[in-house]
Design a protein around this ligand. Structure first.
Ligand SMILES: Nc1ncnc2c1ncn2[C@@H]1O[C@H](COP(=O)(O)OP(=O)(O)O)[C@@H](O)[C@H]1O
Ligand SMILES: O=C(O)C(=O)C[C@H](O)[C@H](O)COP(=O)(O)O
Length: 349
């Protein structure tokens, strides 16, 4: 009894809140622009991938993009943030660790997160620099090619971890892109250790095939002894297994993840629930922009699991939500839309 009241007073003192998901990722402000394949070719942009760029290259591309149709001039993004916001809009309680600069874009970013109901870590007062930015170029085949200037986002470090919030979460979700920065990678490893020691499930997204290939050692370090849940698309799975045979990739994933999801674009997703493989079909839609489809899938899926719907229903919810994302521009859906999808998938009439 005494222990119980001590716990209550500790929780009151620390104003502890439980979270369904604690996310970590790069804070990027997105600009989304429509282009054609000739533009990508003429400007040396790698199609379908995320490429890291410096300020000069970004400015040069921005100049070349003048006159193109802009779908979003300023939207808070970053893969992990898209996932966490999606989970929030479905009803999960979420926390996000990220780093922005003391500039207009940084203020915008934090306001946007707070407006969405996402709790974020305190920002270091020493935050001179430039908030990260991502140029998302969308071609008529709905493919997105990204050029990212990480700015201060790549200095996300263990300082931005809220240890009590990690301990009070059901899942830790790590964006694989963080592998490219030494301090951020170290922070993810620390967060994962805290999670493992405190019975918090760990999840990770492989993010991008190029990232998996170029930062292989770092990715191995991040994965360590394995994770509870892994998200990837087919290209990332095969890049991880260094094969072009998806069956070999599936076997390879089994040795690093207790459960996993391989998204397959218009063919839906393969979900491994720890025992069996579930094949979840995609919803038939006209795709215009695939940006954020995987991010939305992960957010909806994590929400589905933490809400107790199980792997099959979580997969159905995720496919339904991701299909909505690809049928419009931008990686996000309006807040109200999530409730409609939830109703349609979880409690149809
Ligand atoms: N053309 C499409 N039609 C319907 N759903 C799609 C389409 N493309 C993607 N999706 C949905 O989005 C999910 C993630 O897409 P995918 O392209 O595999 O990931 P990523 O965007 O990470 O590359 C898929 O599992 C599917 O549910
Ligand atoms: O938003 C940003 O600025 C990003 O750099 C991250 C991208 O949105 C996602 O990585 C794209 O997500 P998928 O298309 O689901 O793979």
């Amino acid at each position: 009894m005494e222990e119980f009241s001590l716990l209550i007073s500790y929780m009151q003192k620390h104003d502890m809140k439980n979270y369904h998901i604690y996310g970590m990722g790069a804070a990027l402000v997105d600009t989304e622009i429509e282009v054609d394949d000739a533009f990508l070719l003429a400007n040396g942009v790698d199609k379908g991938l995320m490429t890291l760029v410096d300020v000069d290259r970004r400015n040069q591309l921005m100049d070349s993009l003048k006159g193109h149709l802009v779908h979003a001039r300023r939207a808070s993004g970053g893969s992990g943030a898209n996932t966490i916001i999606a989970a929030r809009y479905f009803g999960s309680d979420v926390f996000y660790s990220c780093r922005v600069a003391n500039d207009e874009y940084g203020d915008f970013y934090l306001q946007d997160m707070s407006h969405a109901g996402v709790d974020t870590c305190d920002q270091d007062e020493n935050n001179e620099g430039i908030t990260g930015k991502c140029l998302v170029m969308v071609t008529p085949d709905a493919e997105r090619s990204m050029n990212t200037y990480l700015g201060i986002s790549e200095t996300l470090s263990a300082r931005e971890l809220d240890v009590e919030a990690i301990k009070a979460s059901e899942y830790l979700y790590i964006e694989g892109y963080l592998v490219s920065s030494d301090v951020s990678r170290a922070a993810t490893i620390k967060a994962k250790k805290i999670a493992e020691e405190n019975g918090v499930k760990t999840s990770l997204s492989l993010s991008d095939p190029g990232i998996v290939t170029f930062f292989r050692e770092g990715m191995e370090e991040m994965i360590g002894e394995g994770v509870d849940l892994l998200f990837c698309n087919e290209d990332e799975a095969m890049a991880w297994a260094m094969t072009d045979d998806i069956d070999i990739a599936i076997s390879a994933l089994r040795s690093i993840a207790k459960t996993f999801v391989i998204t397959r674009g218009a063919r839906g997703a393969l979900v491994f629930d720890g025992t069996q493989e579930l094949h979840i079909p995609a919803k038939k839609v006209k795709a215009v922009d695939s940006n954020g489809a995987g991010d939305m899938f992960a957010g909806a899926f994590l929400h589905g699991l933490t809400a107790g719907y199980g792997f099959q229903k979580a997969g159905e919810l995720a496919c339904a939500a991701a299909a909505e994302v690809v049928s419009g521009y931008g990686p996000r859906l309006a807040a109200e839309k999530h409730k409609v999808i939830l109703q349609q998938v979880i409690c149809p009439e």
